[in-house]
Design a protein around this ligand. Sequence first.
Ligand code: UFG
Length: 326
Amino acid sequence: MSTPVLVTGGAGYVGSHACKLLHARGYHPVVFDNLSRGHRRAAQWGTFVEGDLGDKDAIKAVLLEHRISQVLHFAAYAYVAESVRRPRQYYRNNVANTLNLLEAMVEVESDTLIFSSSCATYGEPDTVPISEDHPQRPINPYGRTKLTVERMLADFGDAYGLKHVSLRYFNAAGADPAGEIGEDHDPEPHLIPLVLEVAAGQRPHVAIFGADYPTPDGTCVRDYVHVSDLAQAHVQALEYLAGGGGNTAFNLGNGDGYSVREVIDSAQRVTGRPIPVIEARRRWGDPARLVGSSERAREVLGWNPEFPELDAIVDTAWKWHGRGTP
Ligand code: UFG
């Protein structure tokens, strides 16, 4: 029988890509998602359970019913700007609901959790590329909720023996290369999908949020990492803990920084279409430069991204976003 894995947020962007890979690797994903941001159609692999992490009894029931000891925890709100406006919802969903999940796991003796953390836990870095031992000083509520959960995990590990890995994603991007699933947020705040909507003729232009940053072209620099490569790291992290690996955190990025203008240039190359831009004010909560060193994930997990190049990442996203456009 295939090993069941609970996937909270398995109907969401990164979670659905992880389910596809889990299934391909012989695991049985059990998706637990309240569909507040995810899509039922994205949960195509394994078992789907509509449920909310606010309901601890429902979590315990699904863990017991499917005899689950391993959990991939994706479910969270993940928009920096929204977190600044609505910290209550972010602490409730990302922190309080994660506490429910951890309590449920302890109570039914599920012992392994892989957590979707974020480069947002570092805040404005002193040096790039950022390594895992860089101080974590988040500058927005979203980053603070993710750091709070990392600390909860450390305490639950010490006190209750919970085995855990935090994966600190840099900028998740791209789509399933087979085109079955992709990024589908409503509203869409992320740069690459917005730029591709402009290329597809669905928006007149993209706004560059801040052209006065202390970066080479004045726009923010990010480290874009393909969503299927993130999925890969989750399966490797499960195997690492199952093989006796210790509790830890890994950065997941490609180590290359691209500015907002460079992303737009890449999208013009990939799509062959013009992408009009306007310059707008900075978006609150955005660090100037986030680029990660993922040496630890490469060495310890054997993580080897399949799509390290920005154009290749944008190309998979375009096959998804541009589908059906003339
Ligand atoms: N940007 C624009 N115009 C837009 C949208 C975005 O200029 O219309 C800029 C942003 O200001 C930022 C860059 O493009 O500089 C990337 O923005 P995204 O919204 O695509 O991604 P973020 O860097 O804000 O967010 C990502 C993850 C978060 C994570 C964050 C860490 O989606 O989960 O990185 O800062 F917290």
